[in-house]
Design a protein around this ligand. Structure first.
Ligand code: ADP
Ligand code: MG
Length: 605
């Protein structure tokens, strides 16, 4: 404990520290448990420094069991964080704990001062302010420290207020530092050993130095210190990777891909990423953010730094960098070039992995699980659009689910200059769509796109390897517009009259071979399947009524012409024709009872 001597130093805090402490003390905290992360990080840094300096000075050698020990004293209402690190001299205490030396901290305090007062607590709570975080939970902080290689110790004490701090001589058996927090009355929850352990597990589980917590007079180890990503790849067994993957994502299967590497150069980081074996997410998933964890020197910082774009949100893993301060602010998370570089490297690495695995037997399964998410990137990400397009796989009229754009182009017929596709909700229904008939008659393959995102990206992509993407409903240039026979014209007029507002037009179509009729969207209206999807999602759809296209070569239509000419009513059969086209689209007849009646009547004629 500190002892009074005449050599005591009493000093006010540096102006910046004073300002910071004021913010810390006068704010309410959302996540004040991070004080422990900050103090443990400092302790681990001090041990690392001592280990490093001992390389050139034996007198500084670390004790065999160098560790961080956390002890709660219920009677005194204190917690002590003790370490065997390098320690501080009286001058160190004054300069390190009395001024803000680190530029990271200074930038942080600036951001903090500029933030709206109501935003400050979360800023401090989430990202910490280094050593001064201690004052979030403590009304008084004592630091007793003995610099390695020296004999005397010193105590620094402060209440974090206007009074500044006081440094006196003290005793400490060995080199290292004790940080003693005299807890505020509203922070006694931190006296609970279990609570402390939970906090350590969350933030500091991967710190390399052993951290123990005293419980019932015994020290219990509270961290694993594994940081698998920091170990060389060659030493890690597949099972260790799989265990870590399961632990990370709360998953039970094995990863489909494990991507582990170290980047050195403009930015230093280690990354360990996994592509899951199956998609654990719910269909109703609303969280589109990547939750790849960001660590700074093994210490967990956040899993909401959006380390990967949302179209790679299924990737799990950890990134750990040396190049950021622990107390990185939220602004920094968004704007620091270091993170920008890391994010870029991660995306490129994942895309490279997908490319190299794209010939694998299992790639199709990967696409079935995550293809729909990946395709969001074609829509969202201008920079990677073409690369993603080359990686996604489709069903088509010529092949099962494993077709790529490149495969398609390879199979294109002479004279074909576009990539045709059809969008809808159900692959089987798409394969039976009348819209395919005409394109098929040309012998052209059509991609069958049945994910909801497929309604959006093809138009954005526009073309692939200079081949235009064309929706089959828009492929009218494939069909010669023959002159409409006079008898057909009369029929069209009658049908239009009968159907009224339920259609925006009735037309003769030359794209149909087998079906009597087909519905296509009215002008400027979205895909009919998409309209349905939107309606089902409870959204209002402002779209013109569909167009009914009828096939002049179909026997039913020919019969309608005759019926019309002989003066018989077309009322029932026109509605029947419209309903058949609706059913083909996956929609019920307009009036089911009437449909059944007139179909039955028609069948017995
Ligand atoms: P940072 O860790 O970002 O430098 P802090 O506010 O957390 O900022 O700590 C300020 C400084 O105080 C550290 O850089 C270090 O020099 C010193 N320090 C804090 N805790 C310890 C400790 N346990 N042992 C040795 N030095 C320490
Ligand atoms: Mg620190």
């Amino acid at each position: 404990m500190a002892t009074e001597t005449e050599a005591a130093i009493e000093r006010p805090f540096d102006a910046e520290v004073g300002r910071l402490l004021d913010l810390v003390v006068h704010s309410l905290y959302s996540d004040r448990e991070i004080f422990l992360r900050e103090l443990v990080a400092n302790a681990a840094d001090a041990i690392d420094r001592r280990r490093f300096l001992a390389l050139s000075d034996e007198a500084l050698a670390l004790p065999a069991e160098a560790a961080i020990r956390i002890r709660a004293d219920h009677g005194a209402r204190t917690i002590t964080i003790a370490d065997d690190g390098i320690g501080m001299t009286a001058e160190d205490l004054a300069s390190h704990l009395g001024t803000i030396a680190r530029s990271g901290t200074r930038a942080f305090t600036d951001a903090l001062a500029e933030a709206r007062p109501e935003d400050r607590p979360t800023l401090i709570g989430q990202f910490g302010v280094g050593f001064y975080s201690a004052f979030m939970v403590a009304e008084k902080v004592e630091v007793i420290s003995r610099r390695a290689g020296t004999t005397g110790a010193n105590a620094w004490v402060s209440d974090g207020r206007g009074g500044g701090y006081r440094i006196t001589h003290a005793e400490r058996e060995a080199a290292g530092t004790d940080v003693i927090l005299h807890l505020k009355a509203d922070a006694t929850e931190y006296l609970d050993g279990h609570r402390l352990e939970t906090i350590i597990r969350k933030w500091a589980d991967h710190v390399a130095v052993p951290i123990s917590i005293e419980r019932d007079g015994k020290l219990v180890k509270a961290n694993e210190g594994a940081a698998l990503w920091r170990r060389p790849k060659s030493e890690i067994k597949e099972e260790e990777y799989a265990d870590f993957y399961r632990h990370l994502g709360h998953l039970f299967d094995s990863p489909w891909a494990t991507i582990h590497w170290r980047a050195e150069g403009t930015v230093d980081f280690a990354a360990l990423l996994f592509i899951p074996g199956h998609n654990p997410f719910q269909a109703t998933e609303t969280d589109r953010d990547s939750h790849v964890r960001l660590h700074v020197r093994r210490m967990f910082i956040t899993d909401s730094a959006k380390m990967l774009p949302s179209w790679l949100r299924f990737v799990e893993g950890v990134v750990d960098t040396e190049d950021l301060p622990l107390n990185v602010s939220r602004e920094m998370l968004q704007s620091t070039p270091v993170l920008g570089r890391i994010r870029k490297a991660l995306v490129n690495r994942v895309l490279a992995e997908l490319k190299s695995r794209s010939k694998d037997e299992t790639y199709k399964e990967f696409c079935a699980q995550f293809g729909a998410v990946l395709k969001e990137g074609i829509y969202d990400d201008v920079d990677h659009r073409n690369e993603i397009a080359s990686l996604v796989r489709f069903s088509s009229t010529a092949s099962d689910a494993g077709t790529s754009f490149d495969d398609y182009i390879e199979r294109m017929k002479p004279g074909q200059d576009a990539i045709y596709y059809l969008t809808g909700e159900d692959p089987a229904q798409l394969a039976a769509s009348p819209l395919l008939e005409g394109v098929r008659a040309h012998g052209f393959e059509v991609l069958l796109l049945a994910d909801s995102i497929d309604f959006f990206w093809p138009e954005r992509l526009g073309e692939y390897r200079e081949k235009k993407l064309v929706h089959v409903a828009q492929a009218s240039d494939l069909f010669e517009a023959k002159p409409v026979p006079a008898d057909m014209e009369q029929l069209i007029k009658s049908v239009k009259e009968i159907l009224g507002d339920t259609v925006s037009d009735v037309r003769v179509s030359f794209r149909l071979t087998d079906s009597p009729a087909v519905l296509t969207p009215g002008s400027n209206a979205p895909d009919l399947a998409m309209q349905r999807l939107m309606r089902r999602a409870g959204r209002q759809v402002f779209a013109s009524a569909p167009v009914l296209e009828i096939n002049p070569g179909h026997a039913l239509v020919e019969r309608m012409v005759k019926r019309g000419e002989s003066g018989q009513s077309l009322d029932d059969v026109a509605r029947l024709l419209f309903d058949l086209a609706r059913i083909q689209e996956g929609e019920p007849p307009v009036d089911t009872a009437r449909f059944v009646r007139s179909l039955a009547a028609y069948l017995v004629v």
